[in-house]
Design a protein around this ligand. Structure first.
Ligand SMILES: *Cc1c(COP(=O)(O)O)cnc(C)c1O
Length: 405
């Protein structure tokens, strides 16, 4: 196998104590928020090393989420591609249907331990809001989710879910009435209420300690996959493939393999075209800058304002990316490629028909690349694809596009 520039303990022991992955990451926030973040960082550091906290989280991941998620050999898809063996890490089988519950439970447990009464967050398509509201309900915390008015209309089902789970949904009418405005609105509340409130972040993004903390909570995916593949195949995989929005499911799969001789590929959404506003391929086409408290690759204009983004998968349309991914890209430890709306839609149908698994449109981006890759590889090679979520949420939309309503 090609030398991957892997040096033992060079990649998995980051970030630094200030939250830097090389030059990326950090804590670029107003001074009032710095105290709140330091409190979270200190509490997390203690919790991380506390067997009681870890045991409670482990119990919830097992009995509530249903972990370990299975590692499934997709025999039909493998035969169709005619090359490497394709395995699927089935995060779609988790309670609530995606990987996000892994890190919202972790954050909710931490909030409770810190004596906070409320979980607060913004949400775009509503997936993060639902996962956080779920954790809040389970652990007896209040939950307040800010959502742009346009998103509230578009994602009505998720609004209903959050309300049923007992969360308060704040409709944001300012600015473009989308994710960006919801972030500003939620942060405005946090600055006033942080003494009693924990801010729940939905990916490996934001200021330190969130990129590290969310990665740690998600790293259970890769730890399980590593054990499972060694048991089934008696060797490590050749490739890991995962879709990248903010990058949490990808970091979750990659982290346990960073110091191994295993190639990793992150798949970004190429949307409708590579014109600004038509895609969200941040690492493929972006430049470094500061957004949401972190220094990282961004899709931005000449003034540093983030650009509009698009993907058929609403969970992937974010103009930034987790800082660890920016670092891994520059180091060439992970390769970042893209799949467009059409390819994702095609992969969505292929996986449904060959394996009886309807993937989330987000995950379908990873499946699309795995299909491209597998045929070029030898039959004794192995690809693990992270199936980050199930596609039930997408069937109405896909049905409409395909005209099968
Ligand atoms: C939110 C979401 C994603 C994208 O988030 P990451 O932080 O990049 O993992 C991917 N897949 C599913 C199913 C999601 O809900």
């Amino acid at each position: 196998m090609k030398n991957l520039n892997v040096e033992k303990n060079n990649y998995s022991n980051l970030p630094s104590s200030e939250g830097f992955f090389g030059e990326y990451g950090g804590q670029f926030v107003p001074p009032q928020l710095k105290d709140a973040l330091d409190e979270v960082a200190q509490a997390y550091e203690k919790a991380k090393n506390d067997p009681t906290f870890q045991a409670e989280l482990k119990m919830l991941l097992a009995d509530y989420v249903g972990r370990p998620s299975s590692l499934f050999f997709a025999k039909n898809l493998t035969e169709k591609c005619g090359g490497a063996k394709i395995y699927l890490k089935r995060e779609d089988l988790n309670h609530t249907g995606a990987h996000k519950i892994n890190h919202t439970l972790g954050q909710a447990l931490l909030a409770k331990r810190m004596g906070k009464k409320k979980l607060l967050a913004e949400t775009g398509a509503g997936q993060h809001g639902v996962a956080l509201a779920t954790a809040a309900a389970l652990l007896g915390l209040e939950c307040e989710i800010h959502m742009g008015a346009i998103d509230v209309k578009k994602q009505h089902q998720n609004v209903l879910r959050m309300l049923l789970l007992g969360a308060k949904v704040v409709t944001v009418e300012s600015g473009g009435k989308c994710l960006k405005d919801a972030v500003d609105s939620a942060f405005g509340v946090y600055i006033k209420e942080y003494a009693d409130t924990f801010f729940g972040i939905g990916s490996v993004v934001g200021p330190h300690p969130y990129p590290m903390m969310v990665r740690d909570f998600q790293s259970t995916i890769g730890k399980e996959a590593r054990e499972q593949i060694l048991k089934k195949e008696n060797k490590l995989p050749n490739y890991l493939v995962a879709c990248v929005g903010g990058g949490s499911n990808a970091m979750g799969l990659f982290h346990a393999f960073l110091d191994d001789d295993v190639k990793m590929i992150g798949v970004e959404p190429a949307g409708k075209s590579f014109k600004p506003g038509d895609h969200a391929a941040t690492l493929t086409l972006g430049t470094p800058g500061t957004l949401h408290g972190m220094f990282t690759y961004l899709l931005q204009d000449d003034e540093g304002e983030s650009l509009p983004v698009h993907s058929i998968a609403s969970g992937l349309d974010y103009p930034g990316v987790g800082p660890q991914h920016s670092f891994l890209k520059d180091k060439e430890r992970v390769e970042y490629v893209s799949a467009n709306d059409k390819e994702a839609l095609e992969a969505f149908q292929v996986l449904s028909k060959t394996e009886g698994i309807i993937p989330a449109l987000e995950s379908a981006h990873a499946v699309a690349h795995a299909i491209r890759l597998a045929g070029k590889l030898k039959k004794d090679e192995i690809i693990i694809v992270n199936l980050s979520g199930r596609g039930d949420k997408d069937v109405d939309y896909v049905g409409e596009i395909l005209g099968i309503n």
